[in-house]
Write a protein of this length. Structure first.
Length: 335
């Protein structure tokens, strides 16, 4: 090969190498610039929430993931929502989004978590793993999904002095914007709930909820035009159920509302499957009120002509539960 030909080939190779190096340098500079800008915007967005009565902090915030991902990492997360009276803190946060799909973000959060409300409710939680993802759209979040394995929580109410221990083997939570409304679905599998100082009411169960809050889609992305959060809201319980297995199920459906003090009201339909199995279960757990349980079971059975399944209309008026609108059954504390 002539010297001029070899020189021409060598020049092309060097030009290609220079172009590759230039592209890598530009990409690297762009990635770190984007990471710096995202960090500044994240911190600014967290600070902007203070005008809405919410203070949020991402301790030791930094972006990682070069070259093909970009994600926010924090050593601790804390949130203080003074308007709604909720404060919470969590462990380290790790998140990531692919460069080619930046609107799909996956993240992991470590415990422990501490949550407190002005209604006197405090919750301490730990878990084996918490993984979540969200799909962002122009101007906000479209939907989120979260999976928690091995959740263990202690719930304390200062109003009643009661403490509950909650363990859930597998938890799933899904939320999405549905026009102006917020849809939410939650499933708790192999759940063990115990009240300290009280008999064990039931064995492990599976609980699920599928609800909609009207006009509250913005809450998914931390936006609330009304400034009232979940308070002063209305919605629909498509289904809330408690399943002990073997067909032993209680489900609730109907419209609900939450007032400005977190008290629930609604006209609900409660359906009970396997009445006799529930009667035996509750009598074994609370033998001191066995006669009352027998009477209640007979009343439910009478509604269906002696069957083992019944539907009962329940009215909740600012937390007070009444059967048929006038028989008091108990009270739901403010949320």
């Amino acid at each position: 090969m002539a010297a001029s030909s070899r020189s021409g080939v060598s020049g092309k190779v060097w030009a290609l190498a220079a172009a590759i190096v230039l592209v890598i340098a530009v990409y690297t500079g762009g990635w770190f610039y984007a990471a710096s800008a995202l960090k500044e915007k994240t911190l600014a967005a967290l600070g902007a929430q203070q005008a809405r009565g919410m203070a949020a902090e991402c301790t030791d915030a930094e972006y990682r993931g070069y070259p093909f991902r970009i994600g926010l990492f924090c050593s601790k997360i804390s949130v203080d929502d003074s308007r709604n009276g909720i404060a919470a803190s969590f462990g380290p946060l790790r998140s990531a989004a692919q460069i080619y799909q930046p609107n799909h973000i996956v993240w992991e959060l470590d415990g422990p978590a501490e949550t407190r409300t002005t209604h006197g409710l405090s919750v301490s939680s730990q878990w084996a793993s918490l993984q979540s993802s969200l799909i962002a759209k122009l101007g906000g979040v479209e939907r989120t999904s979260t999976v928690i394995e091995g959740l263990a929580s202690t719930i304390v109410s200062s109003q009643t002095g009661q403490t509950f221990d909650l363990k859930v083997a597998h938890t799933e939570a899904h939320m999405r914007q549905n026009g102006a409304d917020l849809d939410a679905a939650v499933t708790l599998q192999d759940t063990d709930l115990a009240a300290k100082g009280l008999p064990q009411l039931m064995p492990k169960f599976t609980a699920s909820a599928d609800v909609t809050l009207a006009g509250k889609a913005g809450l998914l992305e931390g936006r609330d035009e009304s400034g009232t959060g979940y308070y002063n809201s209305q919605g629909e319980i498509r289904r809330i159920s408690l399943d002990l297995g073997n067909g032993q199920v209680v489900s609730v459906t109907g419209p609900v509302s939450i007032d400005d003090q977190g008290r629930i009201s609604g006209k609900l339909k409660v359906q009970v499957e396997k009445i006799d199995a529930w009667r035996k279960q509750l009598k074994a757990a609370m033998p001191q009120v066995a006669s009352t349980i027998d009477t209640a079971a007979k009343m439910l059975s009478a509604l269906t002509g002696g069957g083992d399944r019944a539907t009962l209309d329940i009215v909740v008026n600012r937390g007070k539960i009444m059967a048929g609108g006038f028989i008091p059954l108990g009270q739901i504390p403010p949320i």
